[in-house]
Ligand binder design. Structure first.
Ligand SMILES: [Zn+2]
Length: 240
């Protein structure tokens, strides 16, 4: 049974109740203090984000169980926890400082990628974020120091305008008509993130609801990644 992804429509949901569909032991994980037993839990719905598309998984709790990992298994989301859970309902909570940091960095990445594409014709081929670093890989010629500063300045102007960030649903054709640059080969209804009057990008991740919540964006440096790609390194968020 497909797991209903509560974060698709409410990225700010921190607490939720779900039905446990199954809980089964899986291979233990090794830690500095020895092997730790692990169970895999499937739920009817979840607010916990699995590692996917450059955004790391959430952490948090399911009842008394600590979440060790959240994995995207196609239709289902697997929660790996440190103790067995019994059938019935369970209260879940999301480790919010970690998630909000990911939402800020991820939305900032959308915005900065849009500026690099729109102003300098440099498309984003991938990105990666973690609690202490966000990188964006661009394809194309090396941007000048002026171009880097220009993209950063343009992105920060939109941060200060505090524009709405909306979730949109539509087909690949509908998004293409609205100017989505990314090639999408998936069928059916897609989810996209719109930064008002700045960007529309298919994405299944979690994002803030206004650009002001991103906070200041600072490009730290650029590195070459092979012949074709450039890696942009963005400063981590200031600790809350
Ligand atoms: Zn996204």
């Amino acid at each position: 049974m497909a797991t209903h992804r509560l974060y698709y429509d409410d990225s700010f949901l921190r607490n939720f109740t779900a039905r446990i569909l199954s809980c089964s032991p899986v291979a233990p994980v090794s830690t500095p203090s020895g092997a730790v037993p692990v169970w895999e839990v499937l739920l009817d719905q979840t607010a916990l984000y699995p590692t996917s598309g450059g955004q790391p998984n959430d952490l948090g709790m399911l009842g008394e169980a600590r979440i060790l990992d959240v994995r995207d298994e196609g239709e289902e989301i697997a929660h790996l926890v440190d103790r067995e859970l019994h059938p019935g309902d369970v209260d879940g909570c999301v480790d919010w400082p970690r998630r909000f940091d990911h939402m800020q960095q991820h939305t900032g990445q959308h915005l900065l990628s849009a500026m690099f594409h729109e102003r300098f014709g440099l498309p984003t081929v991938s990105f990666h974020l973690s609690s202490d670093l966000c990188t964006i890989d661009l394809r194309g010629p090396e941007p000048s120091a002026d171009a880097l500063r220009g993209a950063q300045r343009a992105a920060n102007a939109i941060v200060f305008e505090d524009r709405p960030v909306n979730v949109r649903y539509g087909t690949a054709d509908e998004f293409a008509e609205r100017g989505v640059r990314k090639e999408v080969d998936r069928e059916g209804i897609l989810r996209a993130i719109e930064i008002e009057a700045a960007d529309l990008q298919p994405c299944g991740g979690t994002h803030v609801s206004r650009t002001g919540e991103i906070g200041p964006i600072q490009v730290l440096r650029m590195e070459s990644k092979g012949k074709q790609n450039r890696r942009i390194i963005i400063a981590p968020r200031a600790p809350a």
